[in-house]
Design a binder for this molecule. Structure first.
Ligand SMILES: Nc1ncnc2c1ncn2[C@@H]1O[C@H](COP(=O)(O)OP(=O)(O)O)[C@@H](O)[C@H]1O
Ligand SMILES: [Mg+2]
Length: 82
């Protein structure tokens, strides 16, 4: 199994775009099984894959040993579980 992390503290630098395109290309062109893990409380990657983040009963913050990223009142992870 190969793990690829797309990470940068700065927003708007192409993390989500890179993750989606690399993931889809690996799945389609390289015929690899790909699991995309969205650890951003904004849930943009999840939404762009057609999943409604507020409808999820469990999310990355709930399963992360470190508790995931800090929850904020406006984040989907916060509102989905409160
Ligand atoms: N290689 C690229 N060339 C041009 N625009 C890009 C490129 N990668 C991302 N973008 C655009 O930059 C913006 C931020 O990208 P995004 O992937 O959401 O960043 P991040 O996840 O780091 O916040 C989006 O509008 C996206 O369409
Ligand atoms: Mg992003």
């Amino acid at each position: 199994m190969t793990v690829i992390a797309v990470t940068n503290q700065k927003g708007g630098v192409g993390k989500t775009t890179t993750a989606i395109n690399v993931g889809v290309l690996l799945a389609k062109a390289a015929r690899r099984q790909v699991l995309l893990v969205d650890s951003d409380p904004q849930g943009t990657l999840t939404r762009q894959l057609g999943i409604e983040v507020r409808a999820l009963r469990v999310n990355f913050v709930d399963v992360s040993p470190a508790g995931g990223a800090p929850r904020t009142p406006s984040s989907p992870a916060y509102t989905a579980s409160t």
